[in-house]
Design a protein around this ligand. Sequence first.
Ligand SMILES: Nc1nc2c(c(=O)[nH]1)N[C@H]1C(S)=C(S)[C@@H](COP(=O)(O)O)O[C@H]1N2
Ligand SMILES: [Mo]
Length: 203
Amino acid sequence: FGTGKDDPAANAGRLTTDPWSIKVDGMVDNVGTYSFDDLTSGMTLEERIYRFRCVEAWSMVVPWVGFELADLLKRVGVQPSAKYVAFETLVRPEEMIGQKRRTLEWPYREGLRLDEAMHPLTIMATGLYDEPMPKQNGAPIRLVVPWKYGFKSIKSIVRISLTDKQPATSWNMTNGREYGFYSNVNPTVDHPRWSQATERKIG
Ligand SMILES: Nc1nc2c(c(=O)[nH]1)N[C@H]1C(S)=C(S)[C@@H](COP(=O)(O)O)O[C@H]1N2
Ligand SMILES: [Mo]
């Protein structure tokens, strides 16, 4: 990554999030492109304090604001044939300058098995610390799955697809030997290049 003015994180403020639309497609009754407001209106927002654990052995306790992904899935009507949920991030390299480099194959992609997506701990977060989601943390809406490594918690989501096949996911596509589809936090299973037994807690 670049440094100084070319650092992607330092340029996160360039991201425009209004308007924002999210395409919901695949094995759902109500396929469509929804505005952020339409998709999130009426959802019960609550604070969830979760420990967020990156695969690179750091963690941070975060007070997210969000709603259960299950509520969104119920609203769009998941069909019985669906087995997985796939997510995609916005691709807009002029604003997300890290996408000018092919560090990953864009869009950033993630996915969950349907039962994981329906789990009451799995949330769509629209804020943290009682504020709207900051751009660098995935404005306006991101996934948070507290029992999985951080890379599963995809940010700035523009597409949610229901499918019957395990979706391709970004880090798994790039290095499947080191980053599995499931990637549940497990201190007894080391990463091939480092231990997962301990973590560095970030304040
Ligand atoms: N769209 C998108 N989502 C993403 C990533 C990314 O590069 N792009 N990085 C992932 C990784 S590796 C981690 S650890 C977390 C970091 O979340 P944070 O920026 O809120 O700390 O976001 C995850 N979600
Ligand atoms: Mo990460």
